[in-house]
Design a protein around this ligand. Structure first.
Ligand SMILES: C[S@@+](CC[C@H](N)C(=O)[O-])C[C@H]1O[C@@H](n2cnc3c(N)ncnc32)[C@H](O)[C@@H]1O
Length: 367
């Protein structure tokens, strides 16, 4: 079977590495999409272990050079829909068209309905506006006239973790936080710092990676409503995933200047069963100017006006200073404060483009 994973922009190569680590065969990596093939039975595993990707789709059909509605109709009609869906499940059809001849979402959706009704005569197949746990989602993805008909096996996007009920201003996406930890190359047995920790997203994701906790053990997936794999296969994958967790004394320092944060952030960490492994302090990051720190720091300093930081420039000057005086510290910050470039010597830094939602950021590191 062929699968298509959607990711946030900028982390496709990390998703690819994660997939290769499991020996699945990569077919193609393009902008925010990774295509690979493997057995259908592994669908639960991919969903359970999803750290940096958004949704896992099953590729039902694809065709290049689709420039007219008749061809699209025939492509939809050629799929054996009964193989996937139980009768009566409401199905939501989404469309996305980029640089292509066919682009009207409304026309594509009504075409889909005609084709599927003709094929399976589901007179009671309903097209719902909203996507909820009762709905199954089909995505008709058209890029440069290449049509892919995709079945969402995940349900809601996998970047929103179950533990986060409390977020503060400007929280980072969980999948992005996990990607940053991977990129930082943090050695799990060494200390990790986040001096602007907010709701603790980075440190919670770091601990979940270090302890090899599958991020999605406690949720339901869309594939459980399909006719593709049986319940035992799915449950066995959960049991296997649980058995892969391991423990160690990790040394994690999270701090933030805002005392209101602590209770909210703690609730997240308690839900993730990780609170006791995080050393939290209410602390201005400037205190690090007088301390010597080693090992790894991954953080997300403030960069939005609405965080009411009056002097971002001086804050970023101090961040740079802390990194200069701690030559043994391997550090990484994500920010969209582009003026940081004008405060530092470009040749001393490496940077990588990443997106927090649609917001372009850089992930900076001193060489
Ligand atoms: C962009 S947010 C971090 C969000 C976090 N990554 C999350 O996912 O929730 C920046 C954080 O920096 C904190 N902050 C602002 N000024 C600070 C300072 N001088 N020292 C330490 N923390 C500060 C804010 O309270 C805020 O929680």
């Amino acid at each position: 079977m062929k699968f298509v994973l959607s990711t946030i922009a900028g982390v496709e190569s990390i998703a690819k590495k994660e997939i290769e680590r499991q020996w699945w065969k990569i077919e193609e990596v393009t902008d925010r999409l990774v295509t690979f093939s493997w057995w259908i039975e592994l669908m639960p595993r991919i969903n359970l272990w999803s750290r940096v990707w958004n949704k896992l789709y099953l590729l039902l059909e694809e065709q290049n050079n689709v420039g007219d509605f008749d061809t699209l109709f025939n492509l939809i009609y050629s799929i054996n829909w009964k193989k996937y869906f139980k009768k009566d499940y409401p199905i939501l059809v989404k469309t996305s068209s980029t640089r292509s001849t066919l682009f009207s979402a409304r026309t594509i959706q009504s075409l889909w309905k005609k084709a599927i009704v003709k094929k399976v005569v589901w007179e009671d197949s309903i097209m719902k506006e909203d996507f909820n746990l009762e709905n199954l989602e089909i995505l008709i993805l058209i890029i440069d006239n290449r049509v892919r008909i995709l079945l969402n096996t995940s349900w809601n996007a996998l970047h929103m973790r179950w533990y986060r009920i409390q977020a503060w201003e400007a929280p980072i996406k969980e999948s992005l936080a996990a990607a940053m930890v991977f990129l930082s190359d943090w050695k799990f047995r060494e200390p990790l710092y986040d001096p602007f920790c907010g709701s603790w997203t980075i440190v919670i994701e770091a601990l979940m990676i270090a302890k090899n906790i599958a991020p999605w053990l406690k949720r339901a997936f869309a594939y459980e409503k399909l006719w593709l794999i049986d319940w035992e296969t799915s449950e066995n994958e959960r049991i296997l995933a649980r058995s892969k967790t391991f423990d160690w004394e990790y040394i994690i320092f999270a701090s933030d200047i805002d005392s209101k944060m602590i209770e909210l952030a703690k609730e997240n960490a308690i839900r993730a069963w990780l609170a006791w492994q995080i050393n939290f302090e209410i602390k201005d990051f400037k205190q690090y100017l007088d301390m010597e720190i080693h090992w790894t720091l991954v953080s997300n300093p403030p960069y939005w006006e609405r965080l009411k930081n009056e002097n971002l420039k001086s804050m970023y000057n101090n961040i740079d200073k802390i990194f200069r005086i701690n030559s043994k510290l391997s550090w990484w910050i994500i920010s969209n404060f582009m003026e940081f470039d004008s405060l530092i010597k470009a040749e001393d830094y490496k940077k990588r483009k990443l997106y927090n939602g649609w917001e372009k950021c850089y992930f900076w590191r001193r060489k």
